[in-house]
Ligand binder design. Structure first.
Ligand SMILES: NC(=O)c1ccc[n+]([C@@H]2O[C@H](COP(=O)([O-])OP(=O)(O)OC[C@H]3O[C@@H](n4cnc5c(N)ncnc54)[C@H](OP(=O)(O)O)[C@@H]3O)[C@@H](O)[C@H]2O)c1
Length: 310
């Protein structure tokens, strides 16, 4: 029986990881949250996790207040402690225990301006040779694309990836984007975008939604299941992109949500200039997955989520 430790177990992702692993009798699951361990305290990490000695450590903690840490120095320091330093403590300890570490990162490590791919065989200097005929470039970032975050949150998450790589040995860094699912049970629990937009749609006859920031949604139960598959398949250690298929803007997603939920509210596409926020968002941050089987589309996952939450 494998001993697995899930940290951040009351979070949106953490609670789904607990469900998936507890549903398999081959695992002995320990689920810890802030009340059991503070992962920003290296002594606690060494002592508490060292004593438990799990063979798999899954770190589902994270500081995700993108705008708050952009404008507030103290919050930025908090974000650095949890997103940048703590993953390094966990990686170091996992190496000592010969355990596998799973750590989660984000599409916000990317700049938002992906390179325009050329068809195979084309030198890239033209845009009209026969190889370009019918070629539809997939815009986004694969696992090896250069990470250049454009806001402080992304910088803290990239530092976290680097500290796992520097201090760890057996690790999976899984990047995801726009997580949705059941609201977390934790103190700082946030509703996901779809739940917020359902409420807004029920109260208004029209809503304005940003028709930019193309990227993928990630359904928390799908990510939890994929995490278990990656571990069990003994995939090579390194970076993975796990998000549901179907890159879209926020506006496109709300149109789909209201169609599925039969909400008649008018959805008006607007530019991000209409909703100025402290932190810059990547214009396109679609995660391209080249290392795993494709995930189902976010539309299928969303339909399931809506059915389960009725
Ligand atoms: N949400 C997204 O859209 C998104 C997008 C891209 C990547 N990610 C990444 O995905 C992962 C999971 O995100 P999530 O949205 O599921 O997070 P979440 O719902 O905020 O859950 C994080 C959990 O970690 C706990 N925690 C916070 N600080 C801790 C500490 N110092 N020690 C121990 N536990 C602590 C929190 O407890 P309290 O609530 O009590 O603080 C909470 O239960 C994170 O790495 C995140 O950066 C998320």
């Amino acid at each position: 029986m494998q001993k697995v430790l899930i940290i951040g177990a009351k979070g949106m992702l953490g609670q789904e990881l607990v469900n998936i692993f507890r549903g398999d009798k081959d695992y002995k699951v320990t689920a810890w949250d802030f009340d059991k361990i503070d992962v920003t305290d290296e002594t606690q990490v060494k002592e508490k996790i060292g004593k438990l000695s799990p063979s798999v450590i899954i770190n589902a903690t994270g500081y995700n207040a993108v705008d708050l840490c952009e404008k507030d120095k103290a919050e930025f320091e908090k974000a650095k402690k949890l997103n940048s330093k703590a993953p390094g403590y966990l990686a170091k300890l996992a190496k000592k225990l010969d355990a596998t570490l799973v750590h989660y990162s984000t599409d916000y490590v990317f700049s938002g301006m992906p390179e325009l791919p050329e068809p195979a065989g084309c030198g890239g200097a033209c845009s009209s040779c026969s190889l370009h005929e019918g070629f539809v470039p997939q815009l986004g970032f694969d696992e090896n694309a250069i990470a250049e975050p454009v806001q402080k949150y992304g910088k803290t998450k990239l530092m976290g990836e680097e500290s796992v790589q520097r201090n760890g040995e057996k690790f999976y860094i899984i990047r995801l984007s726009k997580l949705f699912g059941k609201p977390a049970k934790s103190k700082t629990a946030k509703k996901s975008f779809f739940d917020v937009m359902l409420e807004v749609g029920k109260k208004n006859t029209e809503v304005k939604v940003v028709d930019e920031e193309t990227s993928c949604f990630t359904y928390a139960p799908d990510l939890a299941k994929k995490t278990k598959e990656i571990i069990e398949a003994n995939k090579p250690f390194g970076i993975y992109h796990v998000a549901n298929e179907g890159a879209c803007t926020w506006y496109e997603a709300v149109v789909e949500l209201y169609r599925m939920a039969k909400i008649k509210t008018k959805v008006i596409p607007v530019s991000s200039d209409e909703f100025p926020r402290p932190a810059q968002r990547p214009y396109v941050s679609t995660l391209i997955n080249t290392r795993l089987n494709p995930m189902r589309s976010y539309k299928l996952a969303l339909r399931e989520y809506l059915k389960n939450t009725k």
